[in-house]
Design a protein around this ligand. Sequence first.
Ligand code: C2E
Ligand code: CA
Ligand code: CA
Length: 227
Amino acid sequence: VYQPITDIQNEQITGFEALSRWSHPERGSISPVEFIALAEETDLIIEVGDLVFSRAIELLSQLPQHVFININVSARQLDDDQFLQRVVDKIKQHGIAPRRLKLEITETMVVDFNKAKQWLVKCREIGFLVCADDFGTGHSGMEQLLELDFDVLKVDQVFVRNMFKDDRYKIIIESIADMAKRLNTKLVAEGVEYEKELQVLQKLGFDFGQGYLFGKPMSEEDAANLF
Ligand code: C2E
Ligand code: CA
Ligand code: CA
């Protein structure tokens, strides 16, 4: 399924995040929180990951050129040397510009810093943008953040959710916004559910927003029909 990512300043949908769902014949819809972790324990995540990329790239070929898709990448996919090449082959096949794919990795995935750095350099050479997912909840320091030089920071939902409950969360969001602006990094807010949250994020100069206020995850068909 595909959840809209909205340009926070003009409130137009400009992209999607691909989110996996498993429709099990007996157990119904199984959450990625369950099956992605299981798939990661085996090499199945490689096949699942390839499938997510294939379908997202096919969807991109039906969407206007300015629309992008964000895809979650697992640590094991980073270890697979052939992974990026397979994605490059697929986008060539469909004539898709690489900048229309944004790869999301979490800071907690970065166990081997040098490897992660090499991977990011390779992505940049190809033209893929790389996002730090769940930003603000990881264990990495500021030096790591600077060295990895992400194109986009996706501020974790927890900050938006608590913005009006606890002033300290708002202070952190404001500081992240200031930092991102000065470092020239794009900013996405996750978990935007209420109009009043949107207003604060607009004032803080966020670039993109994602959350139930803008749209829930939807089928490929519905995503294509939005345009
Ligand atoms: P994530 O990457 O942080 O994705 C955002 C999650 O927040 C999604 O849950 C989404 O449905 C949910 N969400 C979006 N807007 C709102 C909102 O306004 N309020 C609330 N409460 N929740 C919102 P989902 O789809 O269950 O995915 C959970 C996690 O599973 C993802 O977290 C991601 O880490 C992982 N995942 C999903 N698909 C894939 C995949 O294809 N590959 C990999 N490696 N991981 C995936
Ligand atoms: Ca994500
Ligand atoms: Ca996230």
